[in-house]
Design a protein around this ligand. Structure first.
Ligand SMILES: [Mg+2]
Length: 249
């Protein structure tokens, strides 16, 4: 990204309106073994505050977390927050009770089979649940993958499975993912608008694909990506955001 800065800078300066979409975990803050331990550092918060205050910037945090959780962890006013991969936004109608029931059934079935496996655990987000296998052996991983597949087949088409970094997330089919979310949000920006999207995970790829004319950035070392640019880690993301602030002022 930084070697291409003159080109990026020219596009930022030419943009009428800037729509900035940022993933949270692994993008704004480094990943931790447990999701509850991931917090934003002060310096990044300061840069976000400056961006959020800017008149020609609309700033969205698009997280796989629940909306309230993402908002609590970032804690900056003037930012828009979308949870559950962009599906959960302010004023969103709740999921039908039937879907919630299906989700609960699936979670119970999977928990009964997998919860006792060493190094693996299930995180309940209410409207989705995530199976974590960061600390699991290869044998555990293979067994878990088999069980997750079985459950996802049984509950298709009501539920879908989204793979991420050492996780599988089981979601209602209504949650279409970040690509669908950013398309809906971009349509609401004052035009002409330039979209910038920064994310670090497989779940961000649909957003990169949805924004072929945007500045899309994949964070981390993953080789194959649909994003145009790369940054190495959340520190470089902060540097990138600070450079945007400098370009706009
Ligand atoms: Mg992430």
């Amino acid at each position: 990204m930084f070697e291409d800065w003159p080109r990026v800078s020219a596009r930022l300066k030419a943009a009428g309106h800037l729509g900035l979409f940022l993933d949270f975990d692994g993008t704004l803050a480094p990943l931790e073994a447990r999701p509850e331990d991931v917090w934003l550092d002060r310096r990044t918060r300061r840069v976000l505050r400056r961006l959020a205050r800017h008149r020609s910037v609309t700033l969205w945090i698009i997280s796989g977390r629940r909306r309230a959780d993402a908002r609590k962890r970032v804690g900056v006013r003037g930012i828009h927050y979308a949870g559950l991969h962009g599906w959960e936004r302010a004023g969103k109608t709740p999921l039908p009770r039937r879907v919630r029931r299906v989700l609960t059934d699936a979670k119970r079935q999977l928990a009964a089979r997998l919860e006792t496996l060493p190094g693996a655990w299930i995180e309940d987000k209410g409207l989705s649940f995530t199976f974590h296998y960061r600390g699991a052996s290869n044998g555990t991983f293979r067994r878990a993958r088999r069980e997750v597949r079985k459950v996802s087949e049984r509950f298709r088409p009501d539920l879908r499975v989204l793979p991420g970094k050492k996780v599988w997330e089981v979601l209602p089919a209504e949650v279409q993912g970040k690509g669908a979310a950013v398309l809906a949000l971009v349509a609401q920006f004052p035009q002409p608008a330039l979209a910038v999207y920064v994310g670090d995970d497989a779940s961000d790829e649909s957003a990169f694909r949805a924004l072929p004319d945007g500045i899309t950035v994949r964070v981390g070392r993953q080789r194959s990506t649909q994003a145009r640019f790369r940054l190495r880690n959340p520190e470089e993301v902060r540097e990138f955001l600070a450079k945007i602030v400098a370009e706009l002022s």
